[in-house]
Design a protein around this ligand. Structure first.
Ligand code: ADP
Ligand code: MG
Length: 821
């Protein structure tokens, strides 16, 4: 198909006839030309044509602002151009002819869903439809999650270099990033450090300076003598003279600077994509397409929150005019992320709570009171408060969605048990899900123990307990983990389906497809930070919109809680049971290992027990297990020949793990050597020493979890962290954990150290990506949440006309991963 120049020619002829008065087309020539150029550029294959269109500024015409003489000249130029291209062929709307992109196997990134809208449709075209993007380049972008033009627009630089201030050569100082504008006197290929490179001499009215590019002889060709060039980069002093070393460079033509002389974007790239190439492409894409992005925020909201318009924000995020514009862009884009996230989680909550009726649990007071009275201790005030909050939720006909946060060792298990009992007492099933099998087994045994205090008779089968003294009918408690023999797993599943099991405890196995419940009323998820939103929702779908309680000992700063768990109500146990002492924490070096072992022996001699956590070798369970076996053997043989050691790692069968934990809990073992699997939840009050190998390799919250394994009884406890030559960040973590006992405070510090993105990868949590938003943006997050709630109250279904775009954007952002489907 030929480039459709007919209408253009006609219009221009008419305009010429009418004396260049901009009256040939309604709406003005500029608008017409821009549209024409847009279509033309979408279909052009040769760079030459593109260059022409650009050079003539057909894509960005300023006809209206020209005087008559300029108009005449310009139109004449266009006619000349049209003559010259008569024979050019063009590519037709390539994307339309292509089959739809293949279904991806890996989960797509959030921004990728292709929802074409009435306008801005080209944004969802694959990037191969852009001139200059080859399939090979597109594949490289594909690895970065960038498939469509829209993805490119949202492929933000991770930072900007400030090359915005141009100085004179005479003002150059060594060591700093600086920018000059100069004439090229000479540029040539030369040998630099034994390889071919480029050397150039450039000058301005204040002097000359040398620039070198190692390993890059090609630049010489691009710097013709007398060309005007902008150089940005670091200057060093060599033999008393300044030299630019591999600066960014750019010829000063009458187009906007891309690589120099401004705030220059730095994109995180993978191998094969060249920064200059990407920057250039991004500039073109942003200039051309950012304007097509429709602003999905309702106008009144945008004005109230004083946010930039979306196209403007996207442009400024890539190629900001100045720092203020850059910040404004970030705020707008971060707001979008947080706002959409909040709308999503609130929508989820609304759906759970309103669209399906919950299961009101009528509390059997007597059973609950009996249970509470039978406990060997009194609940702390915080436990009582939280229990009350939960029980009142349970009685309501809308499903509870509650997050229970409580410091390590604050006693969450007993509160959860009370709630599970409440559900069972009124005829519903309860599920208790733990992140590891060891923890599931521990819960099975400790819930069993707590219940048995009030039960007249306990029948004890392998993974089943029957309590007959608590309720009118016997209460059945079962354990379901992946490790069980197939036959007994199936037997348990069968009984769960039939409603014969009242409380079921397990791991992820609980949310597997083949587990069906009879009458699930309450699901408790322990150590929630290990579970994603997706798993939470899978559990929900198991029953009849059950009440859900998620618990975590990983203290989460408020901003993060609102982000990750915005769909949940929050309860906090902010108090430890009485008598707990602070745990003495020391970072030890290799040289202090012997004294650490001696200390450990002394504690054992006093009747206490200890954990030794093996180094974090690798993510592979098999390798970790092998390392743990070796360490266990070494310790048993060489270090503690007189003590009783146990070993636990992920490769042991459920029965083996259970046997070891049982012995340790019963005091038959002095030291438990373990891979990091004991990280969460394990509760052995007589243990007073935690020794962690390679402590610098663990994160702060993990170290805090390890430390939380001791100090659970009334004895003074100790945490020894072995680390030789920690990295700076490792050292910072060790210093913090030595000083700080409070989990929340540690979490805040961790957030500062690690940066929000990594704190909890939002990816694993099943939420949309946060690229621009920082979790330290407390104000912005709260604003986004408040606006989301406000909008939700006005128009929960986003049905109103002015929310159409927003509704589409919400669907696009949330549905990409399909985790809710
Ligand atoms: P976490 O909140 O870390 O899950 P657990 O539920 O494992 O903590 O409880 C930690 C220990 O504290 C357990 O040994 C438990 O028996 C004990 N405990 C719980 N509540 C109290 C209390 N109110 N008074 C004394 N000890 C308690
Ligand atoms: Mg726990």
């Amino acid at each position: 198909m030929a480039l459709n120049v007919g209408p253009l020619r006609k219009v221009l002829e008419l305009e010429r006839e009418k004396g260049y008065a901009d009256t040939a087309v309604i709406g003005g020539l500029d608008k017409f030309l821009r549209r024409w150029a847009g279509q033309a550029m979408e279909s052009i294959t040769t760079p030459r044509l593109m260059t022409h269109i650009r050079r003539l500024r057909l894509d960005d015409p300023k006809y209206a602002s020209l005087n008559q003489r300029q108009r005449k000249k310009w139109i004449a130029d266009i006619f000349a151009f049209l003559e010259s291209i008569k024979l050019e062929s063009i590519k037709t709307e390539k994307a339309v002819e292509k089959p739809p992109p293949k279904k991806r196997i890996t989960p797509p990134r959030r921004r990728v869903a292709a929802v074409s809208q009435a306008t801005g449709r080209s944004l969802d075209l694959p990037i191969t439809s852009l001139v200059g993007v080859s399939t090979a380049m597109a594949a490289k972008f594909g690895h970065l999650g960038v498939k469509t033009i829209r993805d490119l627009l949202y492929f933000f630089p991770h930072r900007h270099l400030d090359y915005s201030r141009t100085i004179f050569i005479s003002e150059l100082t060594d060591g700093e990033e600086q920018t000059i504008t100069a004439n090229v006197w000479q540029a040539q290929v030369t040998m630099l450090g034994g390889r071919r490179g480029t050397e150039a001499i450039v000058g301005d009215e204040t002097g000359n300076v040398r620039a070198v590019w190692f390993n890059n002889p090609y630049i010489a060709k691009s710097l013709p003598t007398n060309a005007r060039v902008v150089l940005s980069g670091r200057v060093r002093l060599f033999g008393g003279r300044h030299v630019f070393e591999s600066p960014e460079w750019e010829l000063l033509e009458d187009k906007e600077l891309v690589h120099t002389g401004r705030l220059v974007p730095l994109y995180s790239l993978t191998r094969g994509l060249k920064p200059r190439q990407v920057r250039k492409l991004m500039k073109q894409v942003v200039d051309r397409f950012a304007g097509q992005v429709e602003d999905f925020l309702p106008l009144n909201l945008r004005e109230r929150c004083k946010l930039l318009e979306l196209p403007q924000a996207i442009m400024q995020a890539h190629y900001p005019e100045d720092e203020t514009a850059k910040d404004g862009a970030r705020v707008r884009l971060a707001f979008d992320e947080l706002f959409l996230l909040q709308l999503g989680v609130l929508g989820r909550k609304h759906e759970w709570q309103e669209s399906q009726p919950g299961t009101p649990v009528s509390l059997e007071k007597p059973a609950l009171d009996t249970f509470l009275k039978s406990l060997p201790y009194e609940l702390t005030a915080a436990q009582q408060k939280v229990l009350k909050e939960m029980l009142s939720d349970l009685e309501k006909p809308r499903a509870m969605s509650r997050l229970l946060q409580g410091e390590v060792g604050s006693g969450k298990t007993v509160v959860a048990t009370a709630a599970l009992l409440a559900a069972a007492a009124s005829g519903y099933q309860g599920a208790f899900m733990a992140p590891t099998e060891i923890l599931a087994e521990q819960h099975f045994s400790s819930v069993g123990e707590l219940l048995s205090r009030t039960a007249g008779k306990v029948e004890d089968e392998d993974n089943l307990r029957r309590f007959s003294g608590l309720l009118a009918k016997p209460l059945n408690l079962a354990l379901l983990i992946g490790d069980l023999k197939q036959a007994s797993k199936q037997a348990v599943q069968q009984r769960v389906r039939e409603g014969d099991i009242d409380i079921i405890i397990g791991t992820h196995a609980l949310i597997q497809k083949d587990v069906g419940f009879n009458k699930l009323g309450l699901a408790v998820v322990d150590e929630q930070h290990r579970f994603g939103v997706a798993q939470r929702s899978a559990l929900r779908q198991k029953g009849f919109n059950p009440h859900v309680l998620v618990m975590t000992a990983t203290p989460i700063p408020r901003t993060l809680a609102l982000t990750l768990y915005g769909d949940l109500d929050l309860s906090v146990i902010d108090e430890l049971p009485p008598g707990r002492q602070s745990i003495k924490t020391r970072w030890l070096k290799q040289a202090q290992r012997a004294s650490a072992y001696a200390f450990l022996k002394k504690q054992v001699a006093e009747g206490r027990q200890a954990f030794i956590i093996c180094p974090l070798v690798e993510e592979s369970e098999a390798i970790q297990a092998r390392a743990a076996v070796a360490e266990y053997e070494r310790l048993s043989r060489d270090v503690f020949p007189d003590l009783k050691l146990g070993l636990i790692h992920g490769r042991l069968s459920a029965a083996e793990k259970d046997a070891v934990m049982h012995k340790f809990r019963a005091g038959e073992l002095d030291i438990l050597v373990s891979t990091p699997v004991v990280e969460v939840g394990i509760d052995v009050p007589n243990a007073t020493v935690m020794l962690v190998e390679s402590a610098d390799r663990f994160g702060l919250s993990q170290l805090h979890q390890f430390r939380g394994r001791v100090g659970r009884g009334s004895q003074q406890s100790y945490c020894m962290l072995l680390a030789e030559n920690p990295s700076d960040i490792g050292r910072a973590r060790l210093d913090l954990i030595e000083k700080i006992q409070d989990g929340f405070q540690l979490a805040e510090e961790d957030l500062k150290l690690r940066g929000p993105g990594e704190f909890f990868g939002t990816r694993q949590s099943g939420l949309p990506d946060l690229r621009m938003a920082k979790l330290s943006d407390v104000k912005l997050l709260e604003l986004a949440r408040a606006e989301a709630i406000r909008l939700f109250e006005q128009d929960p279904g986003l049905k109103q006309a002015e929310h159409r775009l927003l509704s589409a954007e919400l669907a696009r952002v949330w549905q990409a991963g399909g985790e809710w489907s």
